[in-house]
Design a protein around this ligand. Sequence first.
Ligand code: CMC
Length: 429
Amino acid sequence: MRKDTLTITDNRTNISYEIAVENDTINALDLRQIKVNKDDFGMMSFDPGYTNTASCNSEITFVDGEKGILMYRGYPIEQLAEHSSFLEVAYLLIYGDLPNRTMLENWEERVMHHTYIHENLAKLMQTFRYDAHPMGMLIGTIAAMSTLHPDAKDIHNNTSRQKQIWRLLGKLPTVAAFAYRRRIGRPYNYPDSSLGYTENLLYMMDYMNQSDYQVNPTLAKALDVLFILHADHEQNCSTSVMRNIGSSYADPCSAMSGAAAALYGPLHGGANEAVLRMLTEIGSLDEIPGYINQVKDGKFRLMGFGHRVYKNYDPRARIIKNVAEKVLEVTGGNPLLDVALELERIALEDDYFISRSLYPNVDFYSGIIYQAMGFPVDMFPVLFALGRAPGWLAQWLELIDDADQRIARPRQIYTGNVKRDYVPLEKRT
Ligand code: CMC
């Protein structure tokens, strides 16, 4: 008869242990009973980068990396990208189900009502140097938000939590747009809450008193779809940081600032910026084979390729490729798209990439769209952060309400010196 247990025999002692198995997973603490001597600490598992460690149960996002499947709350990403809107997806991720019309309108109204930022924040942003990276500005400004909204610390109060969610989602586009305007020396353009979420972002960035100004609906829609695709991706690096910081019961602004910092790195959300810089450096089709050879020689990585979870084509990259075509119809061609397409074609036929299951990821084509829309390269990770914000918040809420969760605190294997005595300075050689 089938038994949902694992039997482990410790060959050091010849003792066998029976450990419960649930969802193909063992509880790591069950290993601790495995000892040679009674006073031993007990067995641990070693897993740098958490490649095979589940840190939580989650009902939010499902990824099947082998088959290239991504679902939010059970809805396939392809359907959400085609039929939904970013704010509706944000609602879905955070509350678990799609809203009805009244709920959606109320939710949109609440988020858009919170788009103005405190004037102190606007002034704070003026103090960044003219060439400050907008991601650094975003990280610093979100952290500063917690000083202006001390009620955010009341994380066990549901009413307060809801308010922080509206606030963070509402204010992030304003912070992003202000960071952009600050850098190019233009005055801030305050939010217009009668506009859609991404429409308002584009308006705050672009509007300069033109009498006939209108946000291009195709571009606003494209950005909305890109945000949907970025909205959550289970326990990725930045989301894990959001949960880790949240596990100490820090307020969600501080936690989100940390999550944004994790996203900033070029192996994560900063990859879209790195891809664009890479494509620009390659420059033309005939340079591609030489570039790929250098990647294969281990000189650097092909940015926008590979993923910890996807060992198949990233479904988001496929959708983004289609969005790119629509955007380029409006903005005109981007010569880097030809370089990207050829780079993908050559890489996908090359044994180095095939044998390691390296496919284009979400960042490979997103930068081309952002660039065609006129965003400067260093705004790309900021756009990723805006898209990922509902996922961070949904995962944070799930963590706070999860009775299994405790403060994040991994173990280590100490490999340093054994005890030694302090040597006075004059006796040290
Ligand atoms: N270019 C060349 N080789 C690569 C790449 C790449 N982009 N990615 C992985 N490899 C190789 C790597 O050298 C290793 O080869 P070997 O077995 O010979 O040592 C093998 O593939 C496995 O790589 P890994 O580093 O063990 O894989 P990982 O799961 O730890 O890393 C990753 C995942 C996304 C950090 C990595 O693929 C990478 O650095 N990609 C480029 C950066 C990038 O595009 N990041 C965005 C990820 S998607 C958006 C997001 O969620 O942030």
